[in-house]
Ligand binder design. Sequence first.
Ligand SMILES: O=C(O)c1ccccc1NCC(=O)[C@H](O)[C@H](O)COP(=O)(O)O
Length: 263
Amino acid sequence: MESDAGLAQEVESILAAARERGGGGERVAVDARSLTDAFAAAEADGRVPIIAEVKPTSPTADGERTDDPVELAEQMVAGGAAALSVLTEPDHFGGSAKTLERVREAVDVPVLRKDFVLYEEQLDVVEADVLLLIVRFLDEDGTDDLEDLLSAARERGFQVLVEAHTAEEVERAVDAGADVVGVNNRDLAKLEVDLETFPRAATAAPDSVTLIAESGIGTPEDVAQMRAAGADALLVGSAIMDHGGDSDVAENTRRLTDAETQT
Ligand SMILES: O=C(O)c1ccccc1NCC(=O)[C@H](O)[C@H](O)COP(=O)(O)O
């Protein structure tokens, strides 16, 4: 079911909750682990650079994974993940700032804070190496501007992944100063996944940008499709988390990180 604004109801609910969430108080100052260095190290080691996502559940998940997120994160790193993404959105994804803090303490790879940040004060919740800003949601009236948030995040030491869904949004991200751009194959307005999205939108990014393909990637064939279209790295949640089951998260990660060395 869609709202008047053409958004899926779950998305309206996510945005309403994000508008209500405050900040953390004290200004965060981060000594960040380099995301691009982590990608380069994975490549040098023959691994596909994968950001594996600790996502206990989501509006499109088949269930909930209740294992200790720190154990899941450690298994993802054992499976060759170059970096991790940790949901901190509590109401729809089962995440928390505390979880991110615990995960970041336990691993030595860069950790992305995955949340729906709309206002500068929401940057000051928890230290993370990378922060997500979503072009689509910063279009809304009443949110802070993408450009301002990008600067505010960098002033605190965060690297910033700016997420787009179309070629036009990729251009907006680059114009705002983004050097790491994610193209989400999931249309966050409607929650539909189409793996042709990344190849279509990625063409708008200059070579200087680090490009990340996000969502809906589950098989070595999907990895090959995204890499052939120019993805420097991939962000994968559901296929690794296996929400409806209890499969080995390290193996699920390894299947994708090893995709280019398997014959
Ligand atoms: O994952 C969802 O169901 C979702 C619903 C509404 C807004 C955002 C959502 N996900 C955010 C993401 O971008 C993904 O968690 C991430 O790219 C990984 O996607 P996947 O591998 O398909 O789990």
